[in-house]
Design a protein around this ligand. Structure first.
Ligand code: PLP
Length: 382
């Protein structure tokens, strides 16, 4: 059965098709000129000195943590309300993820709880801009400075977010973006690390391509050389040119896409209270601006005769796709075994996780699509 309004549909237009066709005809299927152009355009968009295009945000996080010097024996503080990739990449470095409860209002990692979790082994802080809400980077920067920690942000939801007026992608050691199919800017799969640190950027480029000496990608061009040196243990994390071509086209329409997200969020906001749902929090001016990657609502306690799980099924039966962001990290069997965590350990996260669901929100949604979502919610309550 196909849904009337799926949880997500990508926006791919003529510009995307033209860019991808151009890249296919160029002879470059892997990292080449489109990747270079996308990196340059992205760095300029964010205002960062360096943007390193990679195959996913998972790759970006792994590289950024390695670049920050995180390894065995270290602890990295992060949130339990995130996608598994955030925590897995910490484990991949050999370090131990230490989960820290979220602020009950913003659902981003709580800086005061983070301060209490710092030990002599703590090496880095890895906050997530949850749903696109600006995480309090100022407070995390203070903690990082005071305790000599690296600050890396998971901005998989946060292209378009600004923290206290500063675009996400600046103001931390490194920022990691996702261009996964459902994210605010989509290349199918893809990711980016931004940083202002020249040395870190050079190191990340090497780590992303087998640890080979700089500009190894040029070795098949006229101005390249067949010679290269493997200088360290690296990975195969590069982006490909057709993906970067999609990214270039998506970046050109990014502002318009964000405006559509904001408009849809505004219409949802007006309707939530009457539906027995709590609208997501809105950041105030000091906090920054929201990228509206996700529209996460919570069921009002006592407002519904049934719970969240049933609501998801009822909406699906009416042709509306929804999702849950997330099943918390400490509810998964692997992390329970690996980290000794269990449901209930992070009360603010647990309370939100049981009553939350994400409604469809994407630029391709029409006003009619959104009306169908709201009507279906009303019908579920009747
Ligand atoms: C999507 C996502 C990731 C992983 O992104 P990929 O590009 O799919 O690797 C990491 N963290 C968060 C919070 C995400 O939502």
């Amino acid at each position: 059965m196909s849904l009337k309004v799926p949880f997500h549909l990508p926006l791919v237009g003529e510009d995307e098709k033209r860019e991808v066709l151009e890249s296919l005809e160029s002879g470059w299927l892997t990292a080449g000129p489109k990747v270079k152009a996308f990196e340059a355009a992205f760095a300029e968009h964010v205002g960062a000195r360096h943007a390193i295009a990679v195959s996913s945000c998972t790759a970006a996080l792994h590289l950024a943590l390695l670049g920050a010097g995180v390894g065995p024996g270290d602890e990295v503080l992060t949130t339990p309300l995130t996608f598994c990739a955030t925590v897995n990449t910490i484990l991949e470095t050999g370090a131990r993820p230490v989960l820290v409860d979220v602020d009950p209002r913003t659902l981003c990692m709580d800086p005061e709880a983070a301060a209490r979790a710092i030990t002599p082994r703590t090496r880095a802080l890895l906050p997530v801009h949850y749903a696109g809400y600006p995480a309090p980077l100022g407070a995390f920067r203070d903690l990082a400075t005071k305790h000599g920690l690296a600050l890396v942000d998971d901005a998989a939801h946060a292209l378009g977010t600004a923290v206290a007026g500063v675009p996400v992608g600046l103001g931390t050691l490194a920022t990691c973006f996702s261009f996964y199919a459902t994210k605010n800017l989509a290349t199918g799969d893809g990711g980016m690390v931004t940083t202002d640190d020249d040395e870190l950027a050079a190191r990340l480029r090497k780590l992303a391509l087998h640890g080979m000496s700089r500009d190894a990608w040029k070795r098949f061009t006229a101005d390249g050389s067949w010679r290269y040196d493997v200088e360290m243990l690296g990975y195969k994390y590069n982006m490909t040119d057709p993906a970067a071509a999609l990214g270039l086209a998506q970046l050109r329409r990014f502002q318009a896409m964000q405006e559509r997200r904001l408009a849809l969020a505004g219409v949802y906001d007006e309707a939530m209270e009457a539906l027995g749902l709590v609208a997501p929090p809105r950041p105030d001016v000091e906090e920054g601006t929201h990228a509206w990657h996700l529209y996460v609502v919570r069921l009002v306690a006592g407002g519904w005769s049934f719970g969240r799980d049933r609501l998801i099924e009822e909406l699906k039966a009416r042709g509306i796709g929804t999702s849950v962001h997330y099943i918390p990290i400490h509810h998964h069997s692997f992390y329970q075994r690996e980290l000794g965590v269990r449901p209930g350990d992070f009360p603010h996260c647990d309370a939100a996780a049981d009553t939350m669901l994400s409604l469809p929100l994407y630029p391709r949604m029409s006003d009619d699509d959104q009306r169908l979502v709201l009507e279906a919610l009303e019908a579920c309550r009747a």
